[in-house]
Design a binder for this molecule. Structure first.
Ligand SMILES: Nc1ncnc2c1ncn2[C@@H]1O[C@H](COP(=O)(O)OP(=O)(O)OP(=O)(O)O)[C@@H](O)[C@H]1O
Length: 310
């Protein structure tokens, strides 16, 4: 690896990771600056968790190099382990212990640990200290995960799908917590399936698929100029019959069988025009829906564009 980069908290260069003869990560590279929150997005099996495992020092890279705070997290584990906080997808708690006992158990082998009360307050579990872990809700368990991860005041926090399975309110609470940590200067690398999570939290992100980073950068760059989609079925008309003048406004129209997708940057105006036009003709717009593209759609489109560009 070239000269030590003093600003990057996490550096990944040409990382490949194999399990026997299956290559789960196929040559990825990215950097996360100190104090930045970076999201790894992707579909199931994309290689996100594998990448985190290597950064957390559980495996040496099959090929390529990674650095966390300037150190090799596998070979120099002792140098960095205490500066990392880790929240795994599935935490292994002793369900018979109370929240307080769990934190105390972890504090015993965490150097410079925060006080129990302080850390529980921090994650909003102060009032649940005497509750047994098995009685916590999913959201509370996630918060306990976070409490344990931040106990040692980590410089770098790894979060593997921190909000999977949580209800919207619990997700929001976890987001607030994570934002607070970033504000205090913690570097965060998180994996998620959710575009809205990345939208809420990440300054930059990468979308992974089948072991590769398909696109990377600021959210604005990754989303590009994608507009809102208005979809409906209307067998009786041709695209040229639609009430949109070609070249006016930023929009594109796609037809698949009798299913139309109008992608637009002026959804309110275009929808009004469409509804008035359909009313005039007495047509029913079957299956009408208006929404932002999902991660899956963006992802597939990005993958398609990249293929064409390659
Ligand atoms: N220990 C292992 N042995 C063999 N194959 C593995 C192992 N762990 C993961 N894999 C495979 O490697 C690929 C990447 O898995 P990984 O868990 O890194 O993906 P992911 O992006 O985190 O997916 P998810 O979102 O489902 O957690 C998958 O095809 C998975 O089946």
């Amino acid at each position: 690896m070239g000269p030590v980069n003093t600003t990057a908290a996490i550096e990944v260069r040409d990382l490949h990771q194999r399990y026997d003869d299956f290559e789960a990560v196929r040559g990825i590279a990215f950097e996360v600056a100190r104090g930045e929150l970076y999201a790894l997005l992707g579909t199931n099996g994309a290689g996100k968790t594998t990448t985190l495992d290597v950064l957390e020092g559980y495996h040496a890279p099959t090929e390529g190099q990674v650095r966390v705070l300037g150190h090799d997290p596998f070979a120099e584990r002792a140098e960095v382990r205490h500066r990392m906080g880790i929240v795994l997808q599935e935490a292994g708690f002793y369900k018979d212990l109370t929240v307080a006992e769990t934190v105390d158990a972890w504090r015993r082998w965490t150097p410079h640990a925060l006080e129990r009360g302080a850390v529980l307050e921090r994650v909003g579990l102060g009032h649940r200290a005497q509750v047994r872990v098995e009685q916590l809700s999913g959201g509370e368990k996630r918060r306990l995960d976070l409490a344990l991860a931040v106990l040692g005041r980590p410089d770098v926090l790894f979060l593997d799908e921190p909000t999977t399975g949580l209800d919207p309110e619990a997700r929001r609470n976890v987001w607030e917590l994570i934002k607070g940590m970033v504000t205090e200067g913690t570097t965060v690398l998180l994996t998620t399936h959710y575009l809205d999570e990345a939208q809420q939290l990440a300054e930059r992100l990468a979308i992974m698929h089948a072991g590769r980073i398909v696109t990377e950068g600021t959210l604005a760059r990754v989303l590009g100029d994608r507009g809102t989609r208005i979809r409906f079925r209307l067998p009786a008309v041709r695209p040229s019959d639609l009430p949109y003048e070609p070249g006016l406004g930023l929009r594109s129209i796609k037809l698949d069988g009798d299913a139309y997708t109008v992608e637009t940057h002026e959804p309110q105006r275009d929808l009004r025009t469409l509804l008035e036009w359909a009313d005039e003709h007495g047509w029913e717009l079957d299956g009408l829906e208006v929404r932002r593209p999902s991660l899956e759609e963006i992802f597939l489109e990005v993958a398609e564009t990249e293929k064409v560009a390659a």
